[in-house]
Each structure stands twice: as C-alpha cells, then as structure tokens.
Ligand binder design. Structure first.
Ligand SMILES: Nc1ncnc2c1ncn2[C@@H]1O[C@H](COP(=O)(O)OP(=O)(O)O)[C@@H](O)[C@H]1O
Ligand SMILES: [Mg+2]
Length: 412
C-alpha cells in the first residue's frame, strides 16, 4: 500500500524557528495516518504535543482514521476550499487531484497555528513572507480572476499564494500591516450584500455582548470593502513572528467533518471541562445564544477554535459569525449547525436553556445571560447602521433577526 512519510515541525513558545517533532505516515488510499514523536524531540524539556487532544506526550499515539487520516491539529492547518483553489491554480492541476499530504506540504507559513510540514527533518526553515497591506488591490484582483476562472499573471498568483494558507471557503489572504498580521476577507463573486461590512458589524455586536473577539476593521480598497481580522495566533517579537497552537472544536472533539449528527454544543462543553477554564465554557454558551439571536447557522465545529499557549488551552477569540440570509415572510424557525438542547439543533431560547447545567450554569444565570444579549441584539439595526452597513443591507437582514419577536414572548 503506498504510504507517504513527512516530518511535522512545531514552533515552540518563544521560538521563531521550528523543530522537528516527529514523523507522520499517511495512506491516502486507506484514509489512515500515524504520527510518532521523535526520540530527540521527546527529550526536549520544553516539548509540547503537536495536537494536545489526539497526540498527548507520554502516550502511545493512536492512528488517525477520521478526516481522511489527518489528526485534528493537522487538518486545522490544512487549507479548505479557498486555499485549495489557489494552491491547485498555482500547480496547474485540478484541486481534487492533490492529496491531503501534498496540501499540507503546499501550505505556507501563514497557515493557522504553530505547526509546519516538510518532506524531511533536514529541510530548511521557510520564510514567513505574507504580502503587505498595500498590495491588497493586486491580491483582490487575483482573487476575483481565480473565482471567474480567468488567467492570472504569475506575479499576482505568487502574491496571493504567499498569504493564502488559512482554512475556510471565502476568498481571503493574510497581510502584514503595522507590525501585525491580519486576515483580509474579500467579497465573494456574486455576493448581493456587502458581507465584509456585515461581518464587521456582527463581530462588533458580539463584542458588545461580552464575547471575546479579535480586533477587526473594514477598509476600502479602491472602492471595494475588505474585512480585516487581526491574527490571534501570531505575535511579532524582536526575533520574528511567534505562533500559538490552534485547534478547532472539531479537533477538540475528534469528530469527523462529515459526521454531522454528533455535532453538539453541550458535548463540546463536557469535553472543555477537561482542558479549559469554567469561564470559557460559559463563554461558549454565550456564543451559542448569540448565534441563535443573529441567525448564524454556519456555526459548525471548525468555526469555533481554541488557542494552545504552552500547556494552556483556551477558547480563541470568536470568528466567522455572520447572519445567514432568510427569505422575508418565510417561517422564523431555523436550526443551528450543532445540537443545542432537548430539541436538538432547533434555534430557540427554550432549547438553549434546556441543558444549561452542562455549561456549568444555573437557570438563573442563563436567564441573565439571555436577557443581557437580548438587550443588545434587539438594537441591531442602530448598531449595524452605526458600523457602516447600508440601509439596503439592513433591510435585507430583517428576516434574519425575526426571531426577536418570538424572544420577547418567551416567559423566562
Ligand atoms: N482572527 C483570526 N486569527 C487567526 N486565525 C483565524 C482568525 N479568524 C479566523 N481564523 C482561522 O481561519 C479560518 C478561516 O477563517 P473564517 O473566518 O472561518 O473564514 P471562512 O468565512 O472562509 O470560513 C478559521 O477556520 C480559523 O482557523
Ligand atoms: Mg469559517
């Protein structure tokens, strides 16, 4: 059976050069991967797991047999739809013809987290070379062309590639600006609403609801709005960029991306109890309620993340929260992407309250959180207006926030 072997590197805390942590053997045919820590790595006093859940130190590693044989932290570091499109374009082959391992090797130093994947332990350190903010216009032009299947000049695709190794489907690129790294998310081809502006206003609303959020901005690049979110997994030091580890909730749970029936907030809360603070579990609850109130139905477990700083794991700042568009006059009931409570994924507050104990919350505390959020979210129109969303887009979003009428009727 053909197997591929690559070396997994890690940037340890305080270091800007990665060290080899071990060998990853992968069979794309079987969809199975096995990681073994290197003996020299294990002798390091500061050694950390490359995936704190799937591959803890001091335990014989189990093979990875979900998600095509990639351990969670490896999968999180791999590109998704957008990154795959850019990588395959540069390689000149269809995205489907590239193996998971080749995608891992093709990602560059702007990928999320603190891992790196190389052909051998001796391979040299790649440069972290994201484009500068003032090149955004060229990058956006390349992103528009790639979406329309047009030919792109070599230097433009190179520019886009340098910053494109993050996950997700939306066109995006990491750029450096003011000694910080930012993810620039562009409008998608054919978007009818200004999503950069809407995502910005929604993240700001989340912040007002007491949710931990990254620094965000909207900038206009030659007439087109771009949403910028500051990378929470990178920090510039005198030596260069320092990196924090990152795992998504999918990886915390070791769920399969296709096994959607398992996805469930209270189960994440149960697992969080082993790894993170009780405050973070309450924060997850707050994010779940916020997702209900703003109809963010794309709240799948890769849109929730955790930062790994040394041996400490904490909920990452929130990201990718955008109201989904609903049709006027069509029912106000909808589901989130993950289970909420006794009524499964049904997005309503009664359901959110039903399993509050699993989040370490009493009914009283839950009601307090819900009331706090209701107070803020009910003023979403003024808030969106103040944060630059156009009248036309606010009107289009009214059906997405329709549930508020119902909320007001629920006697808590
Ligand atoms: N501020 C941030 N700092 C670091 N990583 C981030 C940040 N925001 C998002 N990410 C990572 O980038 C991925 C893609 O971003 P996301 O906003 O989810 O894009 P999309 O809308 O295309 O899904 C996320 O799944 C997460 O791993
Ligand atoms: Mg996403």
């Amino acid at each position: 059976m053909p197997e591929t072997i690559i070396t997994v590197f890690i940037y340890l805390p305080g270091e800007t050069t990665a060290v080899p942590a071990g060998r990853f053997t992968h069979s794309s045919e079987l969809g199975i991967g096995t990681f073994d820590y290197g003996q020299r790595y294990l002798k390091r006093p500061n050694a950390l797991p490359v995936d704190p859940v799937a591959l803890p130190l001091g335990v014989r590693p189990k093979e990875a047999n979900v998600n095509e044989g990639l351990y969670g932290a490896f999968r999180d570091a791999a590109p998704d739809f957008w990154g795959r499109l850019v990588i395959s374009y540069e390689m000149g082959v269809p995205p489907e013809s590239i193996s998971e391992i080749d995608y891992l090797l093709a990602t560059n130093a702007t990928r999320v987290g603190n891992l790196d994947f190389r052909n051998s332990p001796g391979e040299t350190e790649p440069e972290l070379n994201p484009p500068h903010f003032n090149q955004l216009h060229d990058i956006m032009e390349a992103s528009i062309k790639i979406q329309s299947g047009e030919k792109i000049e070599k230097h433009l695709i190179h520019l886009l590639r340098q910053g494109t190794s993050m996950g997700g489907a939306r066109p995006k690129c990491t750029v450096e600006w003011d000694n910080e790294l930012w993810i620039a998310k562009f409008s998608g081809k054919g978007d009818s609403l200004n999503f950069p502006q809407i995502e910005y206003a929604t993240i700001k609303l989340a912040a007002r609801c007491g949710i931990l959020t990254p620094e965000v901005q909207v900038v206009s690049v030659e007439g087109r709005d771009v949403f910028l979110t500051r990378r929470f997994d990178r920090k510039k030091s005198e030596k260069g960029w320092l990196r924090h580890g990152f795992i998504s909730a999918l990886s915390l749970m070791q769920w399969d991306e296709l096994d959607r029936v398992k996805w469930d907030y209270p189960s994440i809360a149960d697992m969080m109890r082993r790894y993170v603070s009780a405050d973070d579990i309450r924060e997850l609850y707050r994010r779940m309620v916020f997702n209900i109130m703003v109809r963010n139905t794309d709240d799948h477990p890769r849109n929730h993340g955790f930062l790994v700083q040394g041996d400490k794991i904490s909920l990452s700042p929130a990201y990718d929260i955008v109201p989904s568009i609903a049709r006027p006059g069509v029912g106000t009931t909808f589901d989130l992407a993950m289970g909420i409570g006794d009524e499964g994924r049904k997005a309503n507050l009664k359901n959110a309250i039903s399993r509050c104990g699993r989040f370490g919350l009493s009914k009283q505390e839950t009601i307090q959180i819900i009331n706090e959020l209701k107070e803020v979210v009910s003023k979403w129109k003024e808030h969106f207006n103040k944060h630059g969303v156009s009248e036309k887009d606010i009107d289009a979003l009214i059906p997405s926030f329709m549930i508020h009428g119902e909320f007001a009727d629920i006697r808590l």
